[in-house]
Design a protein around this ligand. Sequence first.
Ligand SMILES: [Mn+2]
Length: 315
Amino acid sequence: MADMTHHKFLKAPYTVGIVGAAFSGGQPRGGVEQGPARLVEFGLPSQLSSLGWNVDIDEKFPTYEHLRPPSDQDIGKLKNARYVSAVTKSVSDSVKSLVAKGHLALTLGGDHSLAMGTISGSAAVYPDVGVIWVDAHADINTPETTETGNLHGCPVSFLMGLPGARNIPSFEWLSPCLPTNRIVYIGLRDVDVPEKKILKDNNIKAFSMHEVDKYGIGKVVEMALDYLGRDKPVHLSFDVDALDPSVAPATGTPVRGGLTFREGHFICEAVYETGNLVAVDIMEVNPLLGDQAYVLQTIQIGCSLTRTALGETLL
Ligand SMILES: [Mn+2]
């Protein structure tokens, strides 16, 4: 068993609860719902056991089909809103119960709309949780600004309860739980014009690829952790499209100019070292996009990012 960091917000013996969130309703491309099963088949649970964790997983992967409404007409521009709401509510309950027990909640996606569930779940236990959102995209469109109506581009505005993203029909369960100063973005490079305005108007902390190039990843992560507070619980929400498509190609919305393999892993290493983690999301691994080699490469990266966020070190 490896030496484990002291975790300020977890109860010993340290347990990771895996939520296999097999869901793709927040975006139009099929396949991302198969991400969690492929990560598990590749051996993720036993890899985490070898790091010293007790692993709590329902290998049957509860499907969310029973939550699919019989009909789901667009609400304004929003697609599948009732289905996304029902699934994210279920994920929120799962994450909340794990975090409340002092377990680390590890959610494997699935598309990034799931973060409405994961972050509301950890914030229900820790209202001062700080979120590190690693992504090519800001995912902060509101029901008014979204062009596509795909909810994986909107979770942050819902969590914050920004104007236009409050009291949305079918999302009555989700009350604002993420103050605008409790999130830091890393890796942004494809941000819609209205999203840029939202980030600026609300003074939201964001390190785009420009800042990663300018300061280096070490300094960026240090600034991010200082900003959130070194004594506060941390929720890491990692969209694999933050990585350059040459590193993680099998994902729905790849954007060139992304994080290198090491930059992505460095973020996970540094966040783990704080001992403040309460929840980790690994999102948007889509095993149906690209040829087999690309898919395998992306699944391997999903596993290695997770291991690193849970304590695997190079030495
Ligand atoms: Mn995302």
